[in-house]
Design a protein around this ligand. Structure first.
Ligand code: PLP
Length: 434
């Protein structure tokens, strides 16, 4: 693990100009394939005896590799893999532990498409979910763990109600059952929270959001802390021989676990899922993400400060029934916010309007600075009504239980002037309730 600190790693992590013609910025290696040299070199590269060489951009690309190394360094992981979207990251992270069948424990209160996938798609592949109302209800989680449970999954800060998962407790219960803890850290970004430090095993991101930070790329990342024992008997996929790994160094036991040791999890995603299912990230997208990452500290510090001001403004507004921002002093989980998020819980907050769903639509239509769209983590401020857009696929009764009513509005706070944003919301609410 690197000794350098976050602000140094976000600029330099995983990149040495000397390896790229002394180019200050990582070049965009816009190529599908890489020449293999002689036939003997080709054989050595393809068999994995020589590492650090590239063959084909679905399997690896130097621009993308820089992003992968940088995010692993920022999160304190041993390795990372970039994929084509946050949903691909979630999908591959789960398939890699539960392929062939099994169960995963997760909360209901997560991103709508992830919940939709867990409830309606993964079961068709033999992976079933035990969904819970409260992921911090450790007694219930313990009871739900069965012999075929393969992982616990949660968001560090949930979409859209900013519920904080108690990572240390979840890691303890997972590890006592010999299963990994997978954390979607999208809302926090590695700047605000590093789940591996608190015991999480695998971290997934929609790096479409705060990591890239400018709303100009769709991408996902998976990071491995390297501490989980995939040889514990529950994950035979890591122990079976993988023909493509057979080489002069590994003539007999050429399983992912034996060949790659602590890096087995990510290598397996790269070689089985990215290579075979193909949700690869392109080099231009990786470049944009690396550029966005260079300013993550300054962006997120400002956006968090503005988010707090806006949460306070909304909490004091007579037309707002409830504010969902766990970082607000007095919020239900403020103690967890202080423990895990000393720099703030994030740049996304939600609020429930004290009005009708028509009035909620009116507020959306009356805002000017807040752009109405389904994304978060942009440098522009955004507004969305989750019940109709981001969580539309969740049955009404279910989403209302998680707080996603028709009056709920989610905000993602950007880099505009805080007073201008507050004025925009204030006049939209006043025009609606005049
Ligand atoms: N995880 C969270 C918490 C999200 O908010 C999202 C998207 O909004 C995703 C995952 C999916 O990411 P993507 O849109 O990059 O596939």
């Amino acid at each position: 693990m690197s000794k350098e600190k976050f602000d140094t790693l976000r600029i330099h992590g995983g990149y040495d100009p000397a390896e790229h013609n002394n180019s200050v910025q990582i070049p965009i290696y816009q190529t599908a394939a890489f020449t293999l040299g002689t036939a003997a070199q080709g054989d050595a590269v393809a068999s994995g005896v020589v590492t650090g060489s590239y063959t084909y951009s679905r399997v690896g690309n130097p621009t993308v590799a820089t992003l992968e190394k940088r995010i692993a360094a920022l999160d304190g992981g041993v390795d990372a893999v970039a994929v084509g979207s946050g949903m691909a990251a979630i999908t591959y992270a789960i398939l890699n532990v539960a392929e062939g069948g099994g169960r995963i424990i997760a909360p209901y209160d997560i991103y709508g498409a992830a919940l939709d996938e867990f409830e309606t798609l993964f079961p068709k592949f033999g992976i079933d979910f035990d969904l819970v109302e409260d992921i911090n209800d450790i007694a219930t989680i313990k009871k739900l763990i069965k012999p075929d449970t393969k992982a616990i999954y949660a968001e560090s800060v949930s979409n859209p109600t900013t519920e904080i998962s108690d990572i240390e407790k979840l890691a303890e219960v997972a590890h006592n059952a010999d299963i990994p803890l997978i954390i979607d850290n999208t809302f926090s970004t590695p700047y605000l929270f590093q789940p591996i430090k608190y015991g999480a095993d695998i971290v997934v991101y929609s790096s479409t959001k705060g990591i890239s930070g400018h709303g100009n790329v769709v991408s996902g990342l998976i990071v491995d802390g390297g501490n989980f024992d995939w040889d514990n008997g529950k994950y035979p996929q890591f122990q079976e021989n993988e023909y493509s790994l057979k080489n002069v160094n590994f003539p007999k036991n050429y399983s992912f676990s034996n060949v790659f040791g602590k890096q087995a999890y990510i290598k397996r995603i790269r070689m089985k899922y990215v290579r075979l299912m193909g949700a690869v990230l392109g080099p231009v997208d990786a470049y944009l993400e690396l550029l966005g990452l260079e300013t993550i500290t300054e962006r997120i510090d400002k956006e968090v400060a503005t988010s707090l001001k806006i949460a306070q403004f909304l909490a004091d507004n007579p037309h707002v029934k409830k504010v969902y921002y766990s970082g607000l002093p007095g919020a239900d989980q403020y103690d967890l916010a202080q423990k895990y998020f000393p720099r703030g819980i994030g740049t996304v907050l939600s609020f429930e309007l004290d009005g009708t769903s028509q009035q909620t639509d009116q507020v959306i239509d009356a805002t000017h600075l807040f752009l109405y769209l389904p994304n978060v983590g942009d440098s522009r401020s955004l507004i969305v009504n989750p019940s109709k857009i981001t969580h539309r696929e969740i049955p009404e009764e279910r989403r209302i239980k998680s707080g996603v009513t028709d009056q709920l509005l989610r905000l993602s706070i950007g880099l505009e002037d805080a007073d201008d944003l507050i004025n925009d919301l204030n006049s939209a609410i006043n025009a609606t309730f005049k």
